[in-house]
Design a protein around this ligand. Structure first.
Ligand SMILES: *Cc1c(COP(=O)(O)O)cnc(C)c1O
Ligand SMILES: [Zn+2]
Length: 408
């Protein structure tokens, strides 16, 4: 059986094509490259029914992933995360069909493991021994762990402000960690200089074409888990936007495969924080690319990306699906993070909470109607960000002291 139907890389801007074998980073025109597959052939050989019974990881979709040889797959069991129904919270915000896909339940505790699994596997297949990347924390953590498994040296540059746990994930797995007094965009410049000087693989967001393929599998899973009949709206916490671009790419591939029950794609919503909302600003202005967001700041660190290389692809995905982009306040992120924990028992990350806050706002403005199926993406587990939870004064007892209810 063919392990992959990947055929080549193509540029979404200038339509240039490149071989799937050999190392390619950006297109010569500066745009990210996308992996293309022989879907017509795949369609005649693979059926969606044949998926049932396969392993419950993202590798169940291996025909639509870029790793050509099975022995190059580096896996820690990532993918096929649960979709839970947020009944109680949903009813309280007039969205009875509110769902959450919980990406906290993957190795390293964030969905960055998807991109790392496929990105690292492909890097291994291409003979890469050393790579470098800028990160807001989670990607660096995941790539460092998967690189360790693959025997690849990873140089990781992250802002000093990035969640502290992600430093430790890099350190424990033997990654070469560098902190920078600045934002991810500053880390990006440092990495660009480093890869030039050291002739090293550049694993920066969208500068290699394979991370997006890993993230794309969220779209395949959503389709399979919703029985090939997609929800009406999907909300995604958008930083670099790779996940959203990936989900859209997945749906387009599934349309081509003829696996979806109907042609109507979900309206895709890019959710950002008011402290860093370049995509929202561009969308509202009807622009096809974004402008660098000065002095960006948000506790949802994964979406603190002042300028994304793939911004035009995010804006296109939103436009083509009649979706939208919306910013939520820092206060709302905190409120909804607590609400989800208290009403649904799920401790989600601030980025995930932003999507619930956004769903609430979009319901209030009637952009989403009462009877629509709405899916929010929780991109990481809350326990990775203990510092974002306000700890109120906790009653501390002396040995033998009785509990008095009025403490709470
Ligand atoms: C990276 C990250 C995001 C943003 O992902 P993109 O696909 O790059 O937009 C959202 N949430 C968390 C927890 C992240 O780590
Ligand atoms: Zn190009």
């Amino acid at each position: 059986m063919t392990h992959s139907y990947a055929t080549h890389l193509s540029c979404p801007k200038c339509k240039n094509t490149y071989s799937i074998e050999g190392i390619h980073q950006l297109c010569s025109c500066g745009s990210p490259l996308l992996v293309r597959y022989d879907l017509a052939k795949a369609k005649s050989k693979v059926s969606k029914e044949s998926l049932s019974g396969r392993e419950s990881t993202l590798w169940r979709y291996h025909e639509f992933l870029p790793v050509l040889q099975k022995e190059n797959v580096v896996s820690l069991g990532e993918g096929f995360t649960p979709i839970t129904s947020l009944n109680r919270l949903g009813s309280s915000i007039s969205l009875p069909s509110l769902f959450l896909k919980d990406e906290g339940l993957v190795p390293s505790g964030s969905f960055k493991a998807r991109g790392a699994a496929v990105g690292i596997s492909k890097a291994k297949e291409l003979g890469v021994t050393e790579l470098a990347m800028p990160t807001n924390g989670n990607a660096g953590a995941a790539w460092s762990l998967y690189a360790a498994k693959a025997g690849i040296t990873a140089h990781i540059v992250m802002p000093v402000e990035a969640p502290e746990i992600t430093r430790k994930e890099v350190l424990i797995s033997g990654g070469r960690l560098y902190l920078i007094n600045g934002l991810i965009s500053d880390a990006g410049k440092t990495v660009a200089a480093f890869v030039q000087e050291h002739d090293c693989y550049d694993a920066s967001t969208l500068k290699e074409p394979y991370r997006i393929e890993g993230k794309k599998t969220m779209g395949y899973e959503i389709a399979e888990q919703f029985n090939w009949s997609l929800p009406d709206v999907i909300l995604y916490p958008t930083g670099g936007g790779v996940g959203l671009i990936g989900i859209y790419k997945a749906f387009r591939e599934l349309l081509e495969l003829g696996w979806l029950e109907n042609d109507k794609l979900p309206r895709l919503v890019a959710v950002q924080s008011e402290g860093c909302a370049p995509i929202v600003k561009a969308h509202e202005a009807g622009e096809s690319s974004s402008v660098f967001w000065e002095n960006s700041q948000t506790k949802a660190f994964g979406i603190n990306v002042p300028k994304a290389l793939g911004d035009f692809l995010v804006l296109e995905a939103i436009a083509k699906t009649n979706g939208t982009a919306i910013a939520v306040s820092e206060a709302d992120i905190e409120i909804y993070q607590r609400k989800v924990a208290q009403e649904e028992g799920q401790f989600i990350c601030p980025e995930g909470a932003a999507t619930i806050a956004a769903a609430t706002k979009l319901r209030e403005s009637n952009w989403i109607s009462h009877d629509e199926q709405v899916l929010c993406l929780n991109t990481g587990m809350g326990i990775k960000y203990p510092e974002t939870v306000l700890s109120k004064t906790i009653p501390t007892l002396e040995k033998g002291e009785r509990i008095k209810e009025e403490y709470h």
